[in-house]
Design a protein around this ligand. Sequence first.
Ligand code: AMP
Length: 432
Amino acid sequence: MGTFAAVTGMNDLLPGPEGDRVRALLAAFRDAAARYGFGEVRTPLLERAELFERGVGAATDIVDKELFTLADRGGRALALRPEGTAPAARAAIEHGLVGRDRVLRWCYAGPMYRAERPAKGRFREFHQVGAEVYGDPSPAVDAEGIEMAVSFLRGLGLARFAVRVNSLGGPETRAAYGRALFEHFNARRGDLSEEGRARLDRNVLRLLDAKDPRDRAAAEGAPSILAALAPVDARHFEAVQGYLAALGVPFTIDPTLVRGLDYYSRTVFEITDQSGALGAQGALCGGGRYDGLFGALGHPEPVPAFGFAAGVERLLMAAPSDPAPVAFRAAVVAAAGPAEGAVRDAALRLAQRLRAASVRTHLDTRFGSLRSQMRRASDEGAEVVLLLGATELAAGTVTLKRMATGEQQTVTLDLAVESVVTDARWRTRGGA
Ligand code: AMP
């Protein structure tokens, strides 16, 4: 009988340094989000497929080609979420939290699913961290959101990335621009790739970020959306740029930046890695304003909204790796001997008390020879070993051995935990 492998494009995260890096990244994101006033929302991995058809757009790649769908027992179409914005907006509407001038700041972190062709930095299950602001139409929201993303990336040690911004205007601008763009590309239909022709008919704006050289060549001389912006949209975009400059965020304007999803209006932005660590999949983070989303999801009042999402795996690939030592602060070693059972009980209880005091504690529950337990303690990176044998137990003591220097000290069992927690000498390698 064969064994199993993970589903294509989906990865295991095993215990060890990589897991520690993921946890550190999530902690950094939650910390950044909290500083900017965002509260965390958690929504289900499964939603009605229609939520994404309406909220992301049926003509987008992630819905048209990449949605993982399944039917529930009643035959209704469900989908594994490909992104976090539509589910969060669904939750805000469902719980009656938006409207009446209320402003919400929500963030999220979790897995997303897209049936894309797996490649370096492109997976079918990947993780995003994201943030959303509902109810505030101000360009200051857009600029603060972009600045928050940038400061989060910098906090991860990323230095070489580029921020591009663009404005897609409101629905009228977009529709009028779409028609002008259609004319431009339709006159060159014969020069387009097959994929380009499909985009022309389904979602013409997406021809601007096509990768095929034939489509790129056909995009030469295409009208710029910036020239088509309605005056209110142009003012909004100017204000965003002014705030970004005031916040010291370096950016460039890229009129071809359209982003894949339907729901954007006005500001869109993308942050791409410039270190080369990601190859072709350079997009680290993207987002923008989506004032039309709530209407598309059936909310009676319009709700202005802005948000962004960043890919956890890509951030980890681009960030400098400093493998945090997965050191156990303490290891309890039980020396076998005549009082074996009692010594083991005492060792288990001591480890329990250390853990209750937040000390990372390793106990080799195979209780091998003293030598093998000591070797294991050292392999696990323990800073201090608490040695318990029949003699110590009889005397109500434990021997503390500091691994870095070999120095030993005998303390009473009662004081052992306190000694490890408070004695700075045992903290040679940082916290628990
Ligand atoms: P998007 O929702 O497509 O704008 O994606 C936001 C971010 O998620 C991107 O900038 C990437 O960092 C990340 N991302 C998107 N798709 C994938 C994928 N298939 N695998 C890994 N990361 C992804």
